[in-house]
Design a protein around this ligand. Structure first.
Ligand SMILES: [Zn+2]
Length: 652
């Protein structure tokens, strides 16, 4: 693991404006920089970078964070990958600390797998360019298909001949573990090469590392498929990879559109003709993870299909997933018997581009037209198809877009628009209900975990049981989290000894931690407590730079929040940062009040719940329990009154 000292150095050195500037065009505005948000579609910039705070914040879509979270979001890096990127950018040497053996083994294995893939790629490339069969069979095949050397090299294409031991023998000879070769699927269980007599297409991850291979057959052989792929491994999850994305991402962002094709050679052909914003889903039906990859760069997808109706129908099923991600999808149907590569070759790039822009049809309308043709006059078929369309409509999150489509579909299908709207609404509420149930289940289990974590401490201080609260106290909890993050270090009492706002709040709050409704705010409290216990000083930056992205996001919100609803927020934010001392000055009162309000709410809730138990005991005539609960009630009311009194004094 990267040592805390290295992480601290990275955060101290990194400048958010320099990091973002590599990806987003920024303009100076006051003490901040602004640009068009890379995370949502916008015409006027609301994406702001604050060099003073070292954070970014988009006031359009709400995304915000530090350099690390920017890279994680924008480049799809993991936390350590983002740190390594920054270390490289700023030439910081990384110290690695001891990690658990298991983790280290896992990481070492992952790295070894990637190294072996690199070795295999180089081997295949060498076979293509430097052996006689490679040149006469492999290279000449690729050139026949119209590929030039530059493209072949850019995509690192390779070749493997008929010798069924070539790669395995070379790898083992170079000292690589055959067990790992098997894990990657390069070597079969009978220790022979998996790929032979094939053109090899390396499959890369976002950062350009080779994670797998696809092999295309050269001789037509009915016994084995035209394409075979590496099996999934520690480094390759086929539903999370898009072929060609590592080269296409820049162009996708620039063109604000991603073209999706089916085959590897389609990608190569289009890129070679100068259409670079193209990727392939490489042998899988489109998955949500792949769509999310695309969404990092654009909201517009254009899918090219060869004109095979069965294939199109199968592919359309996956597209509801894209709708849900709020992407704009256009479909282009290619002329019969043409694939993107062959059609491009037949008509040339200019005509190809014109065809794409003229033939592109919006997905819903495309689907409606297609199934309408299929249903003909059959009323039973037609009604089931209408259900199908309603399901697609219900997947569109943007209500304005949805209503436009509903109108168009109603006229295409000759169905009354009101009926279509009400059926779609039913479908939406059915889905929302299901989502709510899932969320509730999740929240319950979060709450359980929290209870277990702090339960031991609570058990020491409390003699009565606290049930999970039913009404939420988000506001009070958020206030506590806000004061801790922004002002926790401020000294609020000097006599008899110095007490910071955080110490004051934490010492009073521990026993109610189990009663937090919002697990994120509870996490702020427990994380703060943990750091203080270890003698560390915690400030807003600590949370802004936190590894947990939810915590970091919350901290950024607090840092930018005083004016988050102001239309003229940017100017206000500048003013706030430069001249506004008020929130800090008020910390003492703020802390006392927030804590008292919080405690009052919790006590009130406990007493309500206890009261319900008293009533239950009265109903069942359980005298022993009744007396216990009555005593508890007395204590609760007494405490509540004390707090209410204090709150009045403080307020006055
Ligand atoms: Zn945004």
């Amino acid at each position: 693991m990267i040592s805390q000292r290295s992480i601290d150095t990275i955060f101290a050195t990194t400048r958010i404006d320099e990091v973002v500037d590599d990806f987003v065009r920024l303009k100076k505005r006051g003490i901040n920089l602004i640009g068009l948000c890379p995370f949502h579609d916008e015409k006027t910039p609301s994406f702001t970078v604050s060099p003073t705070r070292n954070i970014f914040k988009c006031f359009g879509c709400g995304k915000g964070g530090n350099s690390v979270s920017f890279l994680m979001e924008h480049e799809g890096f993991s936390y350590p990958e983002a740190l390594r990127y920054l270390a490289r950018k700023y030439s910081i040497e990384l110290e690695e600390t001891q990690v658990s053996e298991e983790y280290q083994e896992q990481r070492q294995e992952r790295e070894s797998l990637l190294i072996i893939n690199e070795f295999a790629r180089d081997f295949f490339v060498k076979q293509l360019h430097e052996t006689d069969t490679g040149k006469s069979i492999g290279l000449s095949y690729l050139k026949e298909r119209g590929l030039i050397l530059k493209t072949i090299q850019a995509f690192e294409l390779g070749y493997i001949g008929s010798d069924r031991d070539a790669l395995t023998a070379a790898s083992v000879g170079a000292g690589y573990n055959i067990e790992l070769l098997r894990k990657l699927g390069l070597t079969t269980s009978s220790d022979r090469d998996f790929f032979f007599e094939r053109i090899i297409f390396p499959i890369h991850d976002l950062s350009g590392k080779v994670v797998a291979f696809a092999g295309r057959q050269l001789k037509s052989n009915k016994k084995s498929p035209k394409y075979i792929n590496s099996k999934e491994s520690e480094v390759y999850n086929k539903s999370r990879v898009l072929y060609g994305l590592h080269l296409a991402k820049k162009s996708i962002r620039k063109e604000d559109r991603c073209i999706l094709v089916e085959g590897y050679t389609d990608v190569l052909g289009l890129v070679q003709s100068g259409i670079e914003n193209v990727v392939a889903s490489s042998g899988t039906a489109l998955t949500v993870d792949q769509i999310k990859l695309i969404k990092r760069y654009t909201n517009n997808i254009q899918i090219l299909y060869d004109g095979d109706p069965a294939g199109i129908k199968a592919a359309l099923r996956g597209i509801d997933l894209i709708l849900e991600q709020d992407l704009n999808i256009e479909l282009v149907l290619l002329p019969e018997d043409e694939d993107p590569d062959s059609y491009l070759k037949a008509v040339g790039v200019t005509a190809f581009r014109t065809y794409l822009s003229e033939q592109a049809k919006d997905f819903i309308l495309f689907k409606t037209g297609l199934i309408l043709d299929e249903a003909g006059d059959d009323p039973v078929k037609k009604s089931s198809l209408i259900k199908d369309i309603i399901e697609s409509l219900a997947h569109i999150p943007d209500p304005i877009k949805r209503s436009v489509y509903t109108k168009q579909c109603s006229s295409l299908l000759s169905v009354d628009e009101d009926i279509l709207i009400s059926e779609t609404n039913k479908e939406i509420s059915r889905r929302m209900r299901n989502q709510r149930i899932d969320k509730l289940r999740e929240a319950r289990s979060d709450h359980e975990i929290l209870r277990q974590q702090v339960g031991q401490q609570a058990a020491k201080t409390q003699t009565y049981e606290i049930d999970p609260p039913t009404v939420t106290d988000e506001y009070q909890e958020r206030d506590i989290a806000r004061i801790l993050i922004l002002h926790g270090n401020q000294v609020i009492e000097k006599d008899p000894k110095e007490v910071t706002a955080a110490e004051y709040i934490l010492s009073n709050i521990q026993e109610t931690l189990t009663a937090f409704d919002n697990p994120l705010y509870a996490k702020v409290v427990s994380e703060y407590g943990r750091q203080i216990e270890q003698g560390r000083k915690v400030d807003a930056n600590y949370f802004v730079n936190h590894e947990n992205q939810e915590l970091a996001q919350l901290a950024v919100e607090f840092c930018a929040s005083p004016y988050e609803y102001s239309e003229n927020w940017e100017k206000m934010w500048d003013v706030y940062l430069q001249t506004q001392p008020k929130p800090e000055e008020n910390v003492v009162n703020d802390s006392y009040q927030a804590l008292l309000r919080f405690t009052l709410r919790k006590l009130q809730k406990m007493s309500d719940e206890n009261l319900a138990k008293i009533k239950e005991c009265q109903r069942t005539n359980d005298q022993g329990e009744l007396i216990k609960h009555l005593q508890v009630q007395q204590i609760l009311i007494q405490k509540r009154n004390e707090v209410a009194d204090k709150l009045n004094t403080v307020i006055l």
